[in-house]
Ligand binder design. Structure first.
Ligand SMILES: Cc1cc2nc3c(=O)[nH]c(=O)nc-3n(C[C@H](O)[C@H](O)[C@H](O)COP(=O)(O)OP(=O)(O)OC[C@H]3O[C@@H](n4cnc5c(N)ncnc54)[C@H](O)[C@@H]3O)c2cc1C
Length: 357
């Protein structure tokens, strides 16, 4: 019997596999024929870059770097700039492939083309059924993203699921700001963005009930200039993330920023907590309840996820005039761009004596 089966070779599953494979036997099941091809901007903080192994960071991963963000709201511009790099624009495909290779190099096995269809539990093991096999293991980690089969088997689900949509053009953009537009008449609970990718420009939006035509219309994008497009669900909320023998990590556990939907950094932070709990359980031979994992990740991420969810509700319900005066108060802090932690935006703004207080 395997020690640990991980469902999903996304960045979170592969990272978790690399951390655990140093100590225990790990098999990763991935439904696709290779890692990568996910709809994602790959915009990550310097904190994520510090977490990545050197082998993953080698050249070709970073497409561009930005120093800050410009927010457009009700005809005004609010600029937040860092003195150093605020965020890296990564080649998401390369990130996934390199993390999968890294997991292999640490001794994990990755079985491509194995889609988990159902999960069941007995006294001695967790079983994952695919079309061709049944994989039995002492422990199971669900890293299978927004449509997680493993989380469904635990009865865990997101509070809400947003749409994230991206379109690329081959127009080069080397500016050093990400731009965001908030327009409640088009997206009640989300925003539009433009990300400079060096050789390309990315346009995107996140929120409920969004579609490509809305994105195209907002940026006046003609089909002829669009060189690529993709979309994926973004789970938001606070979900149950453990059961006996089982742990959920990453999008499968709703470990995303409720505002932007960004989940790579949160998922990888949680993967470290998961690895600690899993390796300890393996040493002790005790798999009954991984509550320790939930305490560990919540200590690091819960405050910002909870505050972000509150902010989303607040934004959805607030009248434009009231939002305008809040943005004016944020503007008065714009010289403090260095104090904003883009991974933990809500709590860092609140700590600055922010606009909610
Ligand atoms: C449009 C868009 C833009 C985004 N931009 C950013 C960004 O700029 N920065 C950021 O941090 N985050 C961003 N995100 C979010 C980010 O993509 C996710 O948070 C991240 O991919 C989560 O990683 P994961 O490994 O948990 O899940 P995933 O990346 O979804 O990986 C899950 C893996 O599991 C596999 N899988 C799924 N089901 C099964 C099954 N039944 N059996 C076997 N394998 C299975 C999938 O094929 C996949 O390989 C964006 C999301 C969207 C939609």
């Amino acid at each position: 019997m395997h020690d640990l089966t991980i469902v999903g070779a996304g960045p979170v599953g592969s990272y978790l596999a690399s951390l655990c494979a140093k100590k225990i036997g790990v098999t990763v099941l991935e439904e696709d024929s290779e890692a990568g091809k996910k709809s994602c901007s790959g915009l990550v903080s310097p904190r994520l870059m510090e977490m990545l192994p050197q082998a993953v960071k080698k050249s070709g991963l970073v497409e561009h770097m930005v120093k800050g963000a410009i927010i457009h709201f009700m005809g005004k511009e609010f600029e937040f700039r860092k003195s150093g790099t605020a965020a890296y624009v990564l080649d998401r495909d390369a990130l996934d492939k390199r993390l999968a290779d890294y997991a292999l190099s640490k001794g994990a096995e990755i079985r491509y083309g194995e889609k988990a269809l159902s999960v069941s539990f007995s006294r001695d093991c967790a079983s994952v059924k695919t079309a061709r096999h049944v994989f039995e293991s002492k422990m199971l980690a669900g890293c299978d993203g927004a449509r997680s089969v493993v989380s469904r088997s635990l009865g865990s689900k997101p509070n809400e699921v947003l749409n994230g949509i991206i379109a690329y053009t081959d127009v080069s953009d080397n500016s050093d700001n990400v731009e965001m537009w908030f327009d409640k008449s088009l997206v009640k609970d989300g925003f539009f963005w433009k990300i400079p990718r060096g050789d390309q420009t990315e346009f995107g939006c996140i929120g409920h009930a969004l579609s490509f035509p809305v994105l195209k219309k907002f940026f006046s994008l003609d089909d002829k200039v669009i060189s690529g497009r993709s979309a994926s669900p973004v789970p938001v909320g606070i979900a149950k993330t453990y059961a006996d023998r089982t742990i959920l990590v990453g999008d499968a556990a709703c470990q995303t920023k409720p505002w932007s939907g960004g989940g790579i950094t949160y998922g990888m932070i949680a993967a470290k907590c998961a690895a600690e709990t899993i390796c300890k359980a393996s040493e002790k031979g005790k798999f009954d309840g991984f509550y320790e994992y939930e305490s560990l990740w919540k200590e690091k991420l819960y405050e910002d996820i909870r505050a972000g969810i509150m902010m989303r509700e607040f934004y959805k319900d607030l009248e434009l005039k009231a939002l305008g005066s809040i943005m004016d108060r944020i503007e008065s802090m714009k010289h403090k761009g260095d104090d904003i932690d883009f991974d933990f935006p809500v709590s860092s703004i609140m700590k600055m004596g922010g606009f909610l207080l």
